[in-house]
Design a protein around this ligand. Structure first.
Ligand SMILES: [Zn+2]
Ligand SMILES: [Zn+2]
Length: 356
């Protein structure tokens, strides 16, 4: 086995200890050992490891000396291996806690637009998952390929939802909503009166995704400033090919898995506007979307935005994809109190009403 870089391994250990919030003296022990050893000629390092005299150097103790010996022998130091394993656990815990904090899903589709199942089936699957609510957000008129709902069909859907709600178990309800297209000029593709009446309005760009940067930025800023908008859906429109293990093709219409680059826009301006107008940035959990990418989630977090971790489910089983969004949110350090669907339904609605 060829030798590893012992200095790099020590620095990595220091980094992981720091990240896990371990005591400063432990972090410093590895970092000063790394500094001391980096200054040493390679031949002397090897010789001292062989003769067991590394600890004679200032800043190098028994634990760090053992790590160096293991690295030089070509093995990942046991200490490092344990930290890497724990690191995974911590992240899983953070993602799990976020998932456990979610009370509902703000972006789902039924067979009224391009989903595969009736509203009742989506609702029952959400009940099974332990949700307190699910927001039904079928598409708007211009998205004809996805059978977007005209104003009349949406009105009929609202009556239908009221009837379905009356028959659902106590403690669960379907909230009304829409995934409204953000049109080329930034206006929203549905009647003003209906947008005002719905519990939750998610706005997404589905056309002209290759708009040039300044134009796309203006378009998004206009939509975000619209008093009806509550959540900005899958903001970059990207499609990634990779899928988490265990997930096969989505098999639903309207969301074909193919690669598509991110739309170009001024992310700082867009997230600043979301923070100003209190519009939540969606973390779309669909494996082929993973939108926004992590670097943009971090920027939105820094800008002070709220988030909604949603599935954009087009079938009942996809309602369980929220965990994928939670993993990405946890990786970016998104705290639960910034996520609007950790709130009970009434609080969520109080918040969306602040947007008219
Ligand atoms: Zn969409
Ligand atoms: Zn959608």
């Amino acid at each position: 086995m060829s030798a590893r870089d012992p200095v790099a391994d020590l620095r990595r250990i220091a980094f992981l200890l720091e990240r896990a919030n371990e005591a400063t003296y432990r972090v410093r022990a590895f970092r000063s050992a790394a500094t001391a050893l980096a200054a040493l000629p390679a031949a002397e390092l090897t010789e001292r490891a062989r003769t067991g005299t590394l600890t004679e150097l200032s800043g190098v103790g028994d634990v760090t000396a053992r790590c160096v010996a293991e690295s030089l022998a070509g093995e990942e130091p046991v200490y490092l291996r344990r930290l890497v394993a724990t690191e995974g656990t911590d992240l899983d815990e953070a993602a799990g806690a976020l998932r456990a904090a979610l009370r509902g899903d703000c972006h789902t589709h039924s067979d009224w637009s391009d989903g595969g199942s009736p509203i009742e089936e989506m609702a029952l699957a959400a009940v099974e998952l332990g949700h307190e609510y699910v927001v039904l957000t079928d598409h708007s008129p211009r998205l004809t390929v996805a059978r977007g709902l005209t104003a009349d069909r949406l009105r009929r859907q609202l009556d239908h939802v009221a009837a379905v709600n009356a028959a659902l178990p106590e403690g669960f309800r379907i909230l009304t909503g829409i995934e409204v297209d953000i049109l080329a000029d930034g206006t929203l593709d549905q009647d003003e009166e209906l947008l005002a009446r719905l519990d939750v309005v998610v706005g997404s760009v589905h056309s002209g995704l290759r708009d040039e940067r300044a134009r796309m930025t203006r378009r998004m800023l206009t939509a975000i400033a619209n008093p009806h908008l509550d959540i900005l859906g899958h903001c970059t429109g990207r499609m990634v090919s990779s899928r988490p293990a265990g997930v096969t093709g989505p098999g639903d219409k309207g969301h074909r898995a193919r690669t598509r680059a991110e739309s170009e826009f001024d992310a700082d301006a867009v997230f600043a506007a979301c923070a100003e107008h209190d519009v939540a940035v969606e973390i779309n959990s669909r494996p082929e979307r993973q939108d926004p990418p992590k670097r943009l989630i971090r920027r939105a977090l820094e800008a002070g935005c709220r988030f909604a971790i949603d599935t954009d489910a087009h079938a009942p089983g996809q309602l369980d994809w929220q965990q994928f969004g939670c993993v990405r949110a946890a990786l970016c350090g998104v705290p639960a109190d910034r996520v609007v669907n950790t709130w009970p339904a009434d609080r969520l609605i109080d918040w969306t009403r602040t947007h008219a």
